[in-house]
Design a protein around this ligand. Structure first.
Ligand code: HEC
Length: 203
């Protein structure tokens, strides 16, 4: 009885091994498909054609007007710097706190200073090595931008400057705008901005 049982088990094991090897055994011979193991199945892959749809494509485009969740921006002005009336947002929506300014400084030094240098003058390391002229943020023209226009330049780029919307989050872009304002203020300072007790030390 015991030997018969062992023989039966061995037989099953051998059968399993033999059949199991059919589809996964590397061989130059054409495979014997005993079980498909879902390796062969009817399905459409991207870009395949199909006679089923009138346009002959297997893939369907998104429904008109559909928007991916991550592309949905409830507060458009915050994300573009452009208000509903088509004008640039006048004032930075982020609060002007020390924390925001320090964050703006950090991001400015990382992302903007290679071209614009740390003061915003436009004489960074990149233009020193390449023929490329970044704008000077202390030009009256740029100083007179409203906050939203600077945000928009960072977001979309302008002329030869690339946009940084993929590298820098909206919140940080507004922080950079706040810091650019601080730089401009520093660049346009006058004796009146120096505390009275320190004015004598300024040459
Ligand atoms: C790869 C180099 C490069 C980097 C990095 C860069 N800029 Fe610029 N930027 C330029 C160039 C070049 C111009 C001049 C564009 C032109 O007028 O053709 C410019 C112009 C500007 C202007 C003036 C736009 C105008 O209308 O004159 C502002 C403001 C500005 N950049 C802000 C920023 C800020 C803020 C950052 C950091 C987020 C930044 N830039 C990063 C190259 C750069």
């Amino acid at each position: 009885m015991q030997t018969r049982r062992t023989a039966q088990l061995l037989l099953i094991a051998a059968a399993g091994l033999t059949l199991g090897a059919c589809s996964n055994f590397p061989s130059r011979q054409t495979q014997v498909w005993v079980w498909d193991d879902m390796k062969k199945q009817d399905k459409y892959k991207p870009q395949m054609s199909s006679a089923f749809f009138s346009d002959g494509r297997a893939s369907r485009g998104p429904v008109e007007g559909a928007l991916a969740q991550e592309h949905y921006r409830a507060d458009e002005p915050y994300f573009t710097g452009v208000a509903a009336d088509g004008n640039y947002v006048a004032r930075n929506p982020e609060p002007l706190t020390k924390e925001v300014l320090l964050r703006g400084q950090n991001k400015f030094n990382v992302y903007c200073s290679p071209c614009h240098d740390r003061t915003g003058s436009g004489r960074g390391i990149v233009p020193a090595k390449a023929t490329w002229i970044p704008g000077n943020m202390h030009d009256d023209r740029v100083v007179n931008f409203v906050d939203g226009e600077i945000f928009h330049v960072i977001t979309m780029g302008r002329r030869s400057m690339p946009g940084y919307r993929f590298q820098i989050q909206e919140k940080d872009r507004w922080a950079i705008v706040a810091y650019v304002r601080a730089l401009q203020r520093a660049g346009h300072g006058s004796m009146a901005d120096v505390p009275v007790e320190l004015q004598a030390k300024v040459r």
